[in-house]
Design a protein around this ligand. Structure first.
Ligand code: NDP
Length: 246
C-alpha cells in the first residue's frame, strides 16, 4: 500500500484532469489537499470522501502568497507533503499579433510560474519529511503546435525544462520531479466524440482524464524512485504520427 496515509496536493482539482487525479489518490488511500480558485468544484470532486481524507484550499497559483499558504496549510493539517501534482492551467488562443502582454503574462504566471512556486513551497516541506515526488502537467503542445498557441506552448515548453531543472536541484533532498505531456484528453462529454476523433489516434481512441491520473500514480509511487526528470508523453501516439497532405 505505497500511498496509504501519504499526502498529495493537486492544483486545479475542481474539474477535468485535476479531479480525476485527486480521486485516484483518494482511491489508493492518500489524503488529498484539493487546491483551486473556486471551492465548489473541489467539493464535488471530494463528494462522499470521509471527512479526514481531504482538505480544500482556495489557491490562485498566480499569487505567490497563495502557494506559500497552500504548502503551509497542507503541512499543518496533515503533518507532511509527499506528492504534488501541478495541474492548474489555462490557455489563450489567438493570433500572436493580437495577444496582449497581459494575456501572455497571465498564461505564463498560471502555468509556468505557478508550477515553480507550488513546487518550491511543497519541496520546503518534503525535504524536512523524508522526500517526495512532484508531477507537472505539461502538454504535447510543448513539442508541436497549432496556430495561435504561443503563450500556452511557451508555458508548457517551460514546464518541461523546469521539470528537469528541479529534478537535478531537488534530487539530493530525495524529491523526484517528472512531467506528463497529455495529448487530447476529453474532459467534457466523451460520448459526443466522433468516430474520426478516435480513429485519428494511433491507439484508436481519444484520451480520458483517468489516463493521466494513472500516470501520476506511476510517477509518484515510491517504488519507481529511479524515475526522475522525464517527460512522459500520453497522447495515444499522436506526436509519433507523420502527416502529409497533398
Ligand atoms: P480545465 O480547464 O478543465 O481545469 C483546469 C483547472 O485549473 C480548473 O479547475 C481551474 O479552475 C483551475 N485553475 C485555473 N487557473 C488557476 C489558478 N490560477 N489557480 C488555481 N487553479 C486554477 O483543464 P483540464 O483538466 O483540461 O487540464 C488540466 C491541465 O492539463 C492543464 O494544465 C492543461 O493545460 C493540461 N492539459 C490538458 C489537456 C486536455 O486535453 N484536456 C491536454 C494537455 C494538457 P476554475 O474552474 O475555477 O477556472
Amino acid at each position: 500500500m505505497p500511498f496509504e496515509g501519504k499526502v498529495a496536493i493537486v492544483t486545479g482539482a475542481g474539474r477535468g484532469i485535476g479531479r480525476a487525479v485527486a480521486r485516484a489518490y483518494a482511491n489508493v488511500g492518500a489524503r488529498v489537499v484539493l487546491a483551486d480558485l473556486d471551492p465548489a468544484g473541489c467539493e464535488e470532486t471530494a463528494q462522499g470522501w470521509p471527512a479526514g481524507a481531504f482538505y480544500i484550499q482556495i489557491c490562485d497559483v498566480r499569487r505567490p502568497e497563495d502557494t506559500v499558504a497552500l504548502a503551509e496549510t497542507a503541512h499543518q493539517r496533515f503533518g507532511r507533503i509527499d506528492f504534488l501534482v501541478n495541474n492548474a492551467g489555462i490557455g489563450i488562443w489567438k493570433s500572436p499579433f493580437d495577444l496582449s502582454v497581459e494575456e501572455w503574462e497571465d498564461v505564463l504566471a498560471t502555468n509556468l510560474r505557478g508550477a515553480f512556486l507550488c513546487s518550491r513551497e511543497a519541496a520546503r516541506v518534503m525535504r524536512e519529511t523524508g522526500g517526495g515526488a512532484i508531477v507537472n502537467i505539461a502538454s504535447t503542445r510543448a513539442l508541436m503546435s497549432e496556430p495561435g498557441s504561443e503563450a500556452y506552448a511557451a508555458s508548457k515548453g517551460g514546464i518541461v525544462a523546469l521539470t528537469h531543472a528541479l529534478a537535478i536541484s531537488l534530487g539530493p533532498d530525495r524529491i523526484r520531479v517528472n512531467c506528463i505531456s497529455p495529448g487530447w484528453i476529453e474532459t467534457g462529454d466523451y460520448n459526443a466524440l466522433r468516430p474520426v476523433d478516435h480513429r485519428q489516434h494511433p491507439c484508436g481512441r481519444v484520451g480520458r482524464p483517468e489516463d493521466i491520473a494513472r500516470a501520476c500514480l506511476y510517477l509518484t509511487d515510491p517504488d519507481n524512485d529511479f524515475v526522475t526528470g522525464v517527460n512522459l508523453v500520453i497522447d495515444g501516439g499522436m506526436t509519433r504520427k507523420m502527416i502529409y497532405v497533398d
